[in-house]
Design a binder for this molecule. Structure first.
Ligand code: 0RQ
Length: 499
């Protein structure tokens, strides 16, 4: 069956008001771009005529501006899941305009399969190659593409020449069976391959192929600075010490590292620390620093869901594919983030917190308890199941007006039961094997900024000693209340709560 080449506008016209679209991609890597940009134009034209036009978006993780950004500005999104990083999308969500379902990334594909979110009407999949017999070769990410391709009524392929065909062979496409027939996912080491290098679809479902040349819209990273370098060095020192104690085997364990500036800098520092042997990654995103570490031989193998790297870095990988081919694999998100595999491989997870409380509960998603930042992403998939779960963050934010260490988190994503280690530029709090009161001592002593230490000790005093997890409930969110009132948590006055 011959492929039907159509324009992005023609493809977009197949998407109707009320439809759910399923997208390839995971972070801006590998996300469809041209068709979503045209859908936004249709939405704007319909809205100008007074007609409703909104769609649901199912995807792997965040997307680029040509999806979440353009569609949010066009007020074309009714519903979306999961993780996102787009500023305009964030504004619309925090304005109450979009129904945003922030679920664990490992669960996205299966929840679509289970029918929790409705039908997938159209799948839009970015490919570096597509064949008339229905083989779709993905670009820089696995995401939920295999699942939405199988479930969708229609498939549109964006054949993007900005991605090299050298990508063919890097993916390992595998979809588990659903309960009650599910078996183990047979990955026993990060480099194991268990599936196909392409998605096989019924060619009759491919209603159009849109040729594009549209580079990925990955953000650039802030340069590492003394603060992120210090956090990174603290992580490296901690891991080296745990290896010396025999807690981490001398062969080391696979690492997962989160997304963002801090995660990128932490990985860079880990790579430089030669007391840590060359290691493997079983992670969701490979960022720029990891590509450098693979080149240097510091990372032996990278299994991920996406290459979330800058375009020059991606081009470098494409140009050197002979070198990278046996050192990289990209997987669907339900495999890259599978709790079963995280537990089996003994992964050391390193994610970034927005705030951490005295007992080790972590907020990764909400600013001051109510406003969405990005989402939980894969941090929960890894943290809950890791061999050692680590959270890093600077001890203060916004020029020191906000302490990342607070008496009680204003929103909770990861509980005290799952969080092992907290690391700031101040130091390392090892929470393993400790009671809540012992954890509070370790966190204030080692992680809080000096400007906030006394305030936090004073809160503990106020909370008293006669409880398993001491709190003085009327004041537990007092630092957040003070931030809302005066703009600076340092002005918190516990005496106001005991008058
Ligand atoms: O604000 O953007 O205005 O400067 O939050 O913080 O310090 O630049 O750190 O880029 O690493 O992002 C948790 C959001 C950190 C990210 C989070 C403000 C701060 C800054 C960004 P500005 P930094 P990062 C794998 C795993 C959840 C998902 C996850 C994230 C901005 O890492 O989304 O881990 N994680 N996924 O000033 C107010 C506080 C604050 C604060 C920081 N306490 N109060 N603002 N900020 N702390 C990836 C995937 O799942 C795909």
């Amino acid at each position: 069956m011959a492929l039907n080449f159509i324009s992005a506008a023609e493809a977009a016209s197949l998407v109707k008001h009320g439809y759910n679209i399923g997208l390839s991609g995971f972070t801006p890597a590998g996300t469809a771009k041209a068709v979503t940009a045209e859908i936004a134009k249709i939405a704007e034209a319909e809205h100008a005529k007074g007609n409703p036009f909104q769609i649901g978006i199912f995807t792997g993780a965040s997307t680029g501006d040509s999806c979440d950004g353009i569609l949010s500005r066009a007020k074309a999104i009714r519903y979306r899941a999961p993780y996102t990083t787009n500023t305009d999308f964030r504004k619309a969500v925090n304005n109450g305009e979009i129904a945003y379902n922030d679920i664990h990334l490992s669960q996205m594909a299966q929840e679509v399969r289970y029918g929790f979110m409705g039908n997938v009407n159209v799948a839009i999949i970015e490919a570096c190659e597509v064949t008339p017999d229905g083989k779709i070769y993905l670009t820089a990410a696995g995401g939920i593409a295999p699942t939405v391709c199988r479930l969708a009524d229609k498939i549109i392929v964006e054949l993007n020449s900005a991605h090299s065909k050298n990508m063919m062979g890097i993916h390992d496409v595998y979809e588990p069976l659903d309960p009650p027939y599910r078996r183990e996912i047979p990955i026993y080491k990060p480099s194991d391959r268990i599936g196909l290098p392409y998605i096989q679809v019924d060619p009759k479902k491919i209603v159009g192929v849109v040729e594009t040349n549209w580079p990925d819209e990955a953000r650039s990273f802030a340069e590492a600075d003394p603060l992120t370098d210090k956090i990174g060095q603290n992580v490296a020192d901690f891991l080296a010490a745990d290896m010396k104690r025999g807690i981490i085997p001398s062969t080391f364990l696979p690492l997962q590292s989160g997304v963002g500036n801090i995660a990128n800098a932490v990985l860079g520092a880990l790579g430089r620390d030669k007391t840590i042997p060359p290691f493997e990654m079983y992670t969701e995103v490979i960022q720029n620093s990891v590509i450098g570490l693979i080149r240097d031989g510091r990372v032996k193998f990278g299994s991920a869901c996406s290459l979330t790297v800058t375009n020059d870095c991606l081009q470098g990988v494409y140009d050197d594919m002979d070198f990278f081919r046996d050192k990289l694999v990209l997987r669907p998100s339900e495999i890259s983030n599978s709790p079963e595999i995280v537990r089996r491989l003994g992964i050391i997870s390193i994610n970034t917190a927005i705030e951490v409380d005295l007992y080790g509960n972590v907020n990764s998603t909400h600013i001051s308890g109510t406003k969405m930042m990005n989402g939980i992403g894969g941090s929960g998939d890894f943290t809950r199941n890791a061999y050692i779960s680590i959270f890093t963050c600077p001890s203060v934010a916004k020029e020191g007006k906000i302490s990342a260490i607070v008496p009680m988190v204003s929103h909770q994503d990861h509980s005290e039961h799952s969080v092992n280690i907290v690391i700031t530029e101040q130091g390392v709090a090892d929470l393993r094997g400790k009671s809540p009161k012992e954890r509070a001592q370790a966190i204030i002593e080692n992680c809080a900024h000096p400007d906030y230490k006394q305030l936090l000790w004073d809160y503990l005093k106020l909370a008293g000693n006669k409880a398993q997890t001491p709190h003085f409930i009327p004041a537990a969110l007092g630092m957040h209340a003070e931030l809302a009132k005066s703009g600076d948590m340092k002005n918190t006055n516990w005496a106001e709560y005991t008058k």
